[in-house]
Design a protein around this ligand. Structure first.
Ligand code: PHE
Length: 460
């Protein structure tokens, strides 16, 4: 056993953590991959004009997402603490920085408020797929069916609670036996199924139009608001700006090569989103849906693709099962932020912290769950609760959290420390990478975030 492995072992006995390099990779990927890829990415690409949006999103991922993800996991691993205590440990005399952890917890709760609802729709669609009631190729019938599903108040709440109970149960099992174990089994199958779906979609008659929409940019549609949405998506996708990667970083192994791990997670996550786009947009154009159909998009198009293919029902069931499982990996990582903070800061048991968090989300999430029916007329700033939670978290809290993180890493803790952390105290020969990441975090990312935020919110 190398000295690093021995050190890892001792760490593991004091505090739960991921058990292998591969475990770190899949668990982190399990957080990144979720409804963001399969539900949000396609529908935002559709409503924001297609390839132009995709290009801005790619740039945001490279220039903002990747460096912030590296910065977050680095802080977590260096301190082995939760999203709030990390800053207390590193700068005890500057309590201000704990705000990153607190806004992160708030963002996590808001995201969970609507995310668990969408996951609930996915669970409901598993049963619809099983019953065969989704096997029709008619666009307006599919739309009516989706609307009826999400408008029913009782089932909306019941599915959300089912999702919360299930994920709360896994979280109680802990980091290695819960989170890591689930992620390991899931990712490869999801990837394979998406590939099958893409092949099928590419042989549809609307494939050309779909691919053109996804890959031929039309910059006339790229406004400041569209750019802010793309940046918000980049943060949401990589689970950054809100404490998840800070917390997961604290479970990383000491010998983990952080920049390489983050790069791999980013690439795999991006591939899954692109596969989802390639699966969905040809179907949109073939079956006469509109790219602007919004949050309903995946629930309309995927059944249409499968309905037209031999053995489609089996694949349809499998698809919704896997999407549900992918959403679980992401929900676990969202829950882990408050749960880790509550257990470590208030010395609560994991059980108690989880139960309280789940209860709070059930309360906070109820108006979001009812936003498509009973509570459709309850609005804040003209948005339903569902849209409000989504907008405030993705387009506001995550970019602000990311900005504060850039300033903290780039200006407060400084280059030598970052150099030592990201090179695993000189064991890795990755000086050029570290310099690049540091320069981005210090100069480029914060300036870009400020401009995008101010322009997107129409401050100037
Ligand atoms: N990244 C997840 C997804 O794309 C969502 C998420 C956001 C998870 C923030 C954790 C934290 O579905």
């Amino acid at each position: 056993m190398t000295p690093i492995e021995i050190k890892n072992k001792t760490n593991m006995t004091q505090r739960d953590g991921f058990t292998s390099t591969f475990g770190v990779l899949v668990a982190t990927l399990g957080s990144a991959v979720g409804l963001g890829n399969i539900w949000k990415f396609p529908y935002l690409t559709g409503t924001n004009g297609g390839a132009g949006f995709l290009l801005v999103y790619l740039l945001a991922t490279l220039l903002l997402g990747l460096p912030v993800m590296i910065g977050e996991t680095m802080l977590g691993r260096a301190t082995r603490a939760n999203a709030v205590s990390i800053f207390e440990k590193l700068r005890p005399a500057q309590p201000f920085w704990k705000i990153i952890g607190y806004t992160g917890m708030l963002a996590a709760m808001l995201i969970l408020g609507f995310y668990t609802e969408v996951a609930g729709w996915v669970f409901a669609y598993i049963f619809k797929a099983l019953s065969g009631s989704l096997l029709h190729g008619d666009a307006s019938a599919a739309q009516a069916q989706f609307k009826a599903t999400i408008a029913n108040p009782l089932s909306a709440l019941a599915w959300q609670w089912a999702v919360l109970l299930l994920t709360g149960g896994i979280i109680m099992l802990g980091v290695s036996k819960g989170i890591e174990a689930v992620a390991k089994r899931l990712m490869p199958v999801l990837f394979l199924l998406l590939v099958v779906l893409c092949i099928r979609s590419l042989t549809l008659s609307g494939a050309g139009a779909g691919l053109k929409f996804l890959f031929a940019p039309d910059f006339s549609k790229v406004s400041a608001g569209v750019i802010l949405t793309a940046v918000g998506l980049a943060f949401f996708k990589l689970s950054i700006g809100m404490g998840t990667m800070l917390t997961y970083g604290s479970y990383f192994r000491d010998d983990q090569n952080i920049p390489v791990t983050a790069g791999r997670v980013m690439l795999a996550d991006l591939s899954i989103s692109l596969l989802a786009g390639i699966a969905i947009f040809p179907a949109v154009f073939t079956f006469h849906f509109a790219p602007t159909d919004g949050p309903a998009l995946v629930f309309l198009t995927i059944p249409a693709v499968f309905a037209s293919m031999p053995g489609g029902q089996i694949f349809m069931v499998l698809f919704f099962v896997l999407t549900a499982l992918a959403s679980i990996g992401a929900i676990l990582s969202l829950l882990e932020v408050p749960v880790a903070a509550l257990t470590e800061r208030l010395h609560w048991s994991r059980r108690k912290a989880t139960a309280l968090t789940v209860l709070l989300i059930a309360i906070l999430g109820a108006p979001a769950a009812l936003s498509n029916g009973a509570a459709a007329h309850w609005t804040i700033f003209g948005l339903t609760f569902f849209d409000f939670y989504d907008f405030v978290s993705s387009n506001l809290l995550l970019p602000v959290g990311g900005l504060l993180l850039c300033v903290f890493v780039g200006w407060i803790i400084g280059r030598d420390w970052v150099q030592s952390q990201l090179s695993n105290r000189g064991l890795l020969a990755n000086q050029a990478v570290v310099t690049g990441v540091f320069m981005l975090l210090r100069y480029v990312s914060p300036v870009l975030i400020v401009i995008v935020l101010l322009r997107g919110l129409k401050v100037f």
